[in-house]
Design a protein around this ligand. Structure first.
Ligand code: 3HC
Length: 311
């Protein structure tokens, strides 16, 4: 097929909502866009293990500890599926990790905030995983096959994460005045950074136009943010917590809430390396990479020995 026929075939598949698969022809910019988004997503899962990992040794009961351990392990697994999906686009795992560790690649802004109390485990599960699901349900229908398939399992697990977080918050909110205050404080600190997870407003979202055109994203940053707010307010009300937004108001005409504007200057600082924990997070990943060097070397030596034996 010549170049025009290949491009027409690609457009035709998109129009029919058929998946694009690794061996199919695709425009270079589609490939680059996916590598950027899928790898940012993978890095977010792996860096996202750190703020919660911080509380595994201090979980208040054995049950809480087992659930948190399982959740943090799930995030590591999500990172692995997503790195594999990115590799099908022709980039190596080494290069992807190099991009993260050298500070070139972004990961979700939310993981650059500290986890100061046990209630933060509740707030992260409820809000952060809740926002992640809101964004990721649509990604099950994203146009690139390996990414769409990875998202099916990820969404199921994220749904458990959201519920465990909401359960922690419900128990704290119904507990002693000190426990309720701890839950409210976690909500106060995580609310605005969670809204920022959806990315800049549509007017300032550089990548959205292509993402929508290529059916990588099916809904815009603002649409998803609005849906998240609409879904979360009644959940907060049910457990007696207050969303820290004086502008929050039901809007009958749009059948949704009006809400305040996140601090986009803070967002820009965080995604450019200047959030409260950026250096700590990257430092932890660098240390893990260095500590794992002997394992990679041993695995490579074992693989070449087996090759010799087989030959
Ligand atoms: N954190 C860090 N960077 C962000 C960001 C955020 N919350 N939101 C946007 N950005 C960056 C974009 O990457 C882009 O920078 P780049 O061009 O250098 O890559 C720039 O800000 C402009 O944003 P756009 O709206 O143009 O970018 P996108 O169209 O890519 O939208 C996104 C951003 C909504 C995050 C999109 O990339 C996306 O849907 N990604 C897949 C989902 C994902 O990455 N989720 C991470 C959440 S955490 C998670 O899943 C872990 C779970 O366990 C909680």
């Amino acid at each position: 097929m010549d170049a025009t026929a290949l491009a027409a075939n690609f457009e035709n598949k998109l129009a029919k909502n058929e998946n694009i698969e690794p061996k199919d022809w695709m425009p270079d910019n589609y490939r680059k866009h996916l590598i950027r988004q899928i790898s940012q997503h993978a890095h977010s899962e792996v860096v996202g293990m750190l703020p919660e990992g911080n509380w595994i040794t201090r979980a208040p009961s054995l049950r809480r500890k087992m659930v948190l351990l399982a959740k943090v392990q799930d995030e590591g697994g999500h990172g692995l599926y997503l790195y594999s999906a990115a590799e099908t686009l022709g980039i190596s795992r080494e290069e992807l990790l190099h991009q993260l560790l050298s500070g070139k690649a972004k990961y979700s802004s939310i993981f650059n905030y500290p986890t100061l109390s046990w209630a933060d485990m509740g707030a992260i599960g409820w809000l952060v995983d809740g926002a992640a699901i809101m964004n990721q349900v649509m990604l099950q229908r994203t146009s690139y096959g390996p990414y769409a398939r990875a998202m099916v399992r990820i969404c199921k697990e994220e749904s458990f994460h959201q519920r465990q977080g909401y359960e922690i918050m419900s128990v704290l909110a119904a507990g002693s005045p000190e426990q309720k205050a701890m839950a409210q404080d976690a909500l106060n600190r995580f609310w605005w950074p969670t809204l920022m997870m959806f990315g800049p407003s549509d007017a300032n979202s550089a990548n959205s136009e292509n993402a929508i055109k290529w059916k990588i994203k099916r809904e815009s940053n603002d649409q998803l943010r609005q849906r998240f707010v609409n879904q979360t307010i009644p959940q907060a009300e049910l457990i007696g917590l207050t969303i820290p937004d004086a502008q929050l108001k039901w809007n009958e005409a749009k059948q949704g809430y009006d809400f305040g504007e996140p601090d986009w200057e803070e967002f820009n600082q965080v995604i450019h390396g200047n959030g409260p924990c950026n250096k700590e997070r990257l430092g932890a990943r660098l240390k893990a990479h260095d500590d794992g060097k002997w394992v990679r070397e041993a695995a490579a030596a074992y693989a070449s020995k087996r090759k010799l034996v087989a030959a």
